[in-house]
Write a protein that binds this ligand. Sequence first.
Ligand code: UDP
Ligand code: MG
Length: 217
Amino acid sequence: MKKLLSVVIPVYNEAANLSWHHEKICKHLSGIGMRHEIIYVDDGSSDDSISRIKKIASKDNATRYAKLSRNFGKEAATSAGLKLSKGDAVLIIDADGQHPIEMLPAFLKKWGDGAEVVVGVRTANNKEGVIKRYGSKLFYFILDKLTIGEIIPSSTDFRLIDRKVVDEFNSLTERNRITRGLIDWLGFNRDYVMFWAHARHAGNATYSYKKLLKLAL
Ligand code: UDP
Ligand code: MG
């Protein structure tokens, strides 16, 4: 039987992006020679996201979803998606269209060549404000000094991870978590794919400076 790819998508107030993005993802999944499942995790959205997700799932047998009881943040939503996933590999991707699903073949190629974690590394996002850009640089600098192992600046949650790594991740009990930090901490064979982030399809990023600072701390 063909291998299964899970696509995990954390969602917070993305009603205006969901159908457009789902179609785009499906288009790019159709040619990869794998079976797939798409898992949306609604992170307590206050807009119409959950009804859009339900509508998508009712039309697409390969789509499942979970709804968190309130807004817990992207890290918790992603973790929930990883718990629900069954794939031989899992792709984590944002719901707003910023992560280019068109790069999927590059991730799969590296996985096929033996990488167990394929990390998407973002090259400069010029539309980002100065505070966010330099704040992010400072965050990675400090994180690198504090942690064991190599931290690649601008590495993102846009990543493909092997089932072996997902199972280990699922057994971790940290509650205050940064998904990508924990995945990096686990080790395994890593490789990287550089990508340019698209602009958000619709809406605004919901991570406020306050939320980002809390995550960084
Ligand atoms: N997201 C989430 N919970 C939150 C905030 C964001 O699940 O509390 C999702 C959001 O819908 C998107 C991803 O996490 O799929 C990244 O969020 P956003 O685009 O706001 O942040 P960025 O990383 O682009 O600054
Ligand atoms: Mg975004």
